[in-house]
Design a protein around this ligand. Structure first.
Ligand code: ADP
Length: 245
């Protein structure tokens, strides 16, 4: 079985069918990138995988855990499936280190010294150890996003979901965040990434998924999807990006 297996996932918002039966398998160590036009369901899909949206039908299976939300409750599942959001979601009243340690101490009940040692190492790795005691308001957007990634990593998740994490950043800060994610990919972290950064998507992905209208309309290796595109909607979407770059 794959690390994460999604079977026929359907999600409705009232009368709007946001996801119309998504099937996807993610192997351990694999990086899957999801592309698609605004409103096609990318964010909804990631949110369903983290239990932030209630699904109408289908199954989300995690290796050695079973069906999420059924065999394993969402509070437990979220420790194994991390998520990083476009808007960072850091607590303004907590310092960087207290933001990072909140989950490890309160949810995982870990020893502070042990968790802080890991946090320090992760902060060094993203080049922000010197901002350990700063507050979110004292950080740039790129720094806040790198802290949000460290906070997720410090829970030792088996997979991390990234939801357009550079979309709110000034252009000069996008690179520093993408480089952290590329480093994680090199280290074998399993990731599911929604992004509009096409060059990055090509670089980082093992598998590319193109969504439109709540369904997966094309998928394959980066070469297959970017160079041997079959679907007309994928072609139209990708050509908009090549015109802009
Ligand atoms: P994407 O991330 O690809 O831009 P979303 O997942 O945000 O797309 O949205 C998919 C569809 O679901 C869209 O039609 C959107 O309008 C709708 N939608 C998303 N969130 C909600 C919500 N909270 N309530 C109602 N409709 C929603």
């Amino acid at each position: 079985m794959a690390l994460l297996e999604i079977k026929n996932l359907v999600k409705n918002y009232g009368d709007v069918e946001a996801l119309k039966g998504i099937n996807l398998s993610i192997e351990k160590g694999e990086v899957v990138v999801i592309l698609g036009p605004s409103g096609c369901g990318k964010s909804t899909f990631l949110r369903c995988l983290n239990g932030l949206e209630e699904i109408k039908s289908g199954q989300i299976l995690l290796q050695n855990a079973g069906e999420l939300g059924k065999d394993i409750p969402w509070v437990k599942a979220r420790q194994r499936i991390g998520m990083v959001f476009q808007s960072y979601e850091l607590f303004a009243h907590l310092s960087v280190i207290d933001n990072i340690l909140l989950g490890p101490l309160k949810v995982q009940k870990r020893d502070r010294a042990e968790a802080e040692k890991q946090a320090d190492e992760l902060l060094k790795r993203v080049g922000l150890y010197d901002r350990k005691n700063a507050y979110p308001r004292e950080l740039s957007g790129g720094q806040k996003q790198r802290i949000a990634i460290v906070r997720s990593l410090c829970m030792n998740p088996e997979i991390i979901l990234f939801d357009e994490v550079t979309a709110a950043l000034d252009p000069e800060m996008v690179r520093e965040v993408l480089d952290v994610i590329l480093g994680l990919a090199k280290d074998g972290m399993t990731m599911l990434i929604v992004t509009h950064e096409m060059a990055f998507a090509r670089d980082v992905a093992d598998h590319v998924v193109f969504m439109d209208g709540g369904t997966i309309v094309e998928e394959g290796t980066p070469t297959e999807v970017f160079e041997n595109t079959h679907n007309e909607r994928t072609k139209a979407f990708l050509s908009r990006f090549s015109q802009n770059s």
